[in-house]
Design a protein around this ligand. Sequence first.
Ligand SMILES: [Fe+2]
Ligand SMILES: [Fe+2]
Length: 225
Amino acid sequence: MTTIPVLDGREIPPETRLQEIMARLAALGPGESLVLVAPHDPNKLLRMLLSQLPGRLMWGPLAKGPNAWRWQFVGREPAPRTVCDYLIWDHRRMEEILADGLSMAQAGNWDEAQQRCAEHGIALQHHAFIEDAILFPAYDKATGNLPDGPTALMMEEHHEVRAGIERIQRAAKARDLAELEDALDALVAVAAEHHAKEEEILFPAIDETIPQPNLTQLVENMLLA
Ligand SMILES: [Fe+2]
Ligand SMILES: [Fe+2]
C-alpha cells in the first residue's frame, strides 16, 4: 500500500495558503511525494512552480473537482527535463494507484477502492490526453509527420486503454471483486505492452530527436495541460 502525505489546502487560511503550499512543495527532496488537495483548479500554482522552482518538481492529477482538486507531486534533481523522466514516473505512479485499488477491494474497503479506481481513471485519461494532444504532435512535427509512424499506433492503443478504465470503474462501483480482478488483468496486459513500447523505443527517440531547451518546454507544456 502506498501512503503519501497529504496537504489539504482547504484547511489553510486563504491569505497564507499559497505561501504555505509553495514552502511545503519547495521542501520536497528528490523522490519525495506529496498529495495536495485544493479547492479549485491549481493551474496558477503549477505555473508559479515552473517559474519559481524550475525543474524541481513533477506532478499529475488524481481528482479534478467539482469540490476538490487533488494533485500528486514528486521532487526531482533540478536537471533539464526529459520525456522519459516525466512520463515513466507517471506510468509507475498509475500502476501503484491501481495496485492500491485492488488491495483495498480485496480487503473489502470498497469506498477507498472506488476512490483509488476513480483516481487511476483521472490519471490515465490525463496521461493519454497529454500524449495524444501535446507529445505525439510535437514528435510528428520534429520528424516530418511520417505517415504510419509510431505515434498513430500508440493513439490507437489509447482507445483500448480508455475502454479498460471504464470497465474497472463499473466493476468497482458494482463492488464485484471477480470482475474487478478480470478487468485489472485485462488493462494491465494492454498497458504493460503499451508502456514498454513507449519507455523502450518511443520516449528515448523523442528525447534524442528534440534538442534542449525545446525538450524542457515540451515537458512543461504537458505539466500545464
Ligand atoms: Fe500512451
Ligand atoms: Fe504513456
